[in-house]
Design a protein. Structure first.
Length: 358
């Protein structure tokens, strides 16, 4: 049993904690919070041991009537691995804490690549990442995760000569009231490439990729306009079959009437997904088209949740517990990854599986 601590219990941390709790080979030993807000209360309601991320603020929790299991160092000392889901920059600063107690750690994509020993994506470099020899791994950002999942099978099956991606990025998560723009469309950044292309190269070093970013006043999901020049000339149907076989890619059928990210989120909620999460890349099936060796498609990425399965797989990779196929299959089964529309036949499990469920 792998004893996992989660440092940070916000948008990503609470989802990672739930995912860890669903794994048959993991035990969540606790989560750390900086202050006793509504998310700290949520952790207590779920029975997760709560630790003070900033020891000097421990009295704030007690004054709020919240019992603490200890301070963050207590959690780090007893964990086999810590998943750090703190805000950008904080995770890199926390590395000293993890090294002090010789506890392996997983950082998030908001950190620079050099903050960790290796960058990680389960589909693209689980077996080739040398994560088992690392002390600290970094699960790349939501957009880089989505691009790596898409490009990996294309590279393997056809070879990729060049990838060009325009990322239409949400301005902030639903709860990030301080983020924007409110009524604007911004090149983000105005220079080329955006950071996503170089970040993909920390996962798939040899792929030639250019990325541009645009930030819009939306909160639900990101949207990618993708053009990939392949080294072969497959038909659109052949590409659809290839991508459809990937459990973490969801091909949205035209007949569902899902024409945007709002309906995607509604679909996720209607299926019973916790928080309306979409762990998969959502690729509009009808958008997949080919012109000679050029492939075109649109995909959408749920920034709050697509990295959650990757964090679970990164735990096993970092501790050298499973190979890629076994780990991904376990993660997908327990979380319900592998969303399919009933229009395409029997749907797989789409909600998390509790330990002990058949």
């Amino acid at each position: 049993m792998i004893h996992v601590g989660v440092n940070g219990y916000g948008t990503i941390g609470k989802r990672v904690a739930d995912a860890v709790a669903a794994q048959p080979d993991m035990r969540l030993i606790g989560v750390a919070k900086t202050r006793p807000n509504f998310e700290a209360e949520a952790a207590v309601r779920k029975g997760y041991p709560l630790y003070a991320a900033i020891p000097e603020r421990a009295d704030q929790f007690r004054d709020a009537g919240i019992d603490l299991a200890g301070e963050v160092e207590d959690m780090v000392m007893t964990a086999d691995v810590v998943v750090d889901t703190t805000p950008s920059g904080v995770g890199a600063a926390n590395r000293d804490l993890y090294e002090r107690y010789d506890t392996p750690a997983i950082l998030q994509g908001g950190e620079d690549a050099d903050a960790a020993d290796v960058s990680f994506n389960a589909r693209a470099n689980f077996d080739g990442t040398a994560a088992a020899d690392a002390d600290v791994a970094r699960v790349v950002s939501c957009n880089t995760t989505g691009l790596s999942r898409l490009l990996a099978p294309l590279v393997e099956e056809y070879g990729v000569e060049k990838a060009r991606v325009t990322l239409v990025r949400r301005g902030g998560d639903p709860g990030q009231t301080s983020r924007g723009p409110i009524n604007d469309i911004l090149p983000d950044p105005v220079t080329v490439p955006s950071h996503h292309g170089p970040d993909v190269n920390t996962i798939i070093p040899d792929v030639d990729i250019d990325t541009l970013g645009v930030k819009v006043p939306a909160t639900l999901m990101h949207l990618h306009s993708v053009n990939v020049t392949l080294e072969a000339e497959p038909t659109a149907d052949e590409v659809r079959d290839l991508l459809d076989a990937e459990s973490r890619l969801f091909l949205v059928p035209e007949k569902t009437g899902i024409d945007g990210t709002g309906k995607l989120k509604e679909f996720a909620m209607d299926t019973g997904r916790p928080r309306g999460d979409l762990w998969e890349n959502c690729i509009w099936e009808e958008s997949i088209s080919t012109e000679g060796s050029d492939l075109y498609l649109f995909q959408s990425i749920h920034q709050e949740s697509d990295v959650i399965p990757e964090n679970i797989d990164a735990i096993r990779a970092l501790l050298d517990r499973e190979d890629r196929e076994t780990s991904m299959a376990t993660t997908d089964e327990t979380l319900g990854v592998g969303l399919e529309s009933l229009f395409d036949g029997q749907r797989q499990r789409v909600v998390p599986k509790r330990n002990g469920d058949d």
